[in-house]
Write a protein that binds this ligand. Sequence first.
Ligand code: SAM
Length: 237
Amino acid sequence: MTHDTSDSADIPVTHGVLYIVSTPIGNLEDISLRALKVLSSVDIIAAEDTRKTGILLNHYNIHKPLVSYYSYNEERRIPELIEKLKSGNSIAVVSDAGTPGVSDPAFRLIKAAIDEDIPVAATPGPTAFLPALISSGLPIQPFLFEGFLPVKKGRQTKLQELAKEQRTVILYESPFRLLRTLQDIQTHFGNRKICIARELTKKFEEIITTSLSQAIKHYSAKSIKGEFVIIISTERM
Ligand code: SAM
């Protein structure tokens, strides 16, 4: 099989474009050649975590001006970045990890650019929920990606709603709330088949597909560290 490259090879990085660049979720090798090209060519990189992005850029010997763009300064930063794009600068937005906009603050900048008719281009790449889903052995389609559950207000209502879902449900969770979230899921869903994917692409990667009650037992018995994706099947145990 051959790949027709005539309509895709060597598209130059263009002035005045907001590039949405996916970066690794752990393993620094999980980055596309095009993402590296864009990061090496843009005028500015807007990063959720400049320290973490600095490590990635150093690894690939990329030296570009970095500005911070995260939930606490986005209100102020968005108009500044939009002005720079309008005056012809090319900007890459990168998040802490994975695909910008997927459960992180890049969405508002992307929307602001589109509202101002600024061209937007994405370099596709890593995101945590997709490798978790395809490694889980749980039905892949259809799925619902919910991201983080509300921490307080609306949490119980959201769980009641999700318990009625006929699709595989995907959640993100931090180590601090994992156990509580698993217990809340059990209250609303009953004992479902689930997958917990921890530290994907990293040294301590762990992907467990089991019953919810077993998962609660497993995580009650140890200190919980790392980053987690929870996948809930419609299958009851
Ligand atoms: N933009 C990211 C993406 O494309 O997946 C998600 C950002 S969100 C702020 C961070 C959450 O993603 C973590 O709390 C965890 O639920 C999930 N996550 C990120 N990296 C992960 C990894 N290596 N393994 C498992 N889950 C991960």
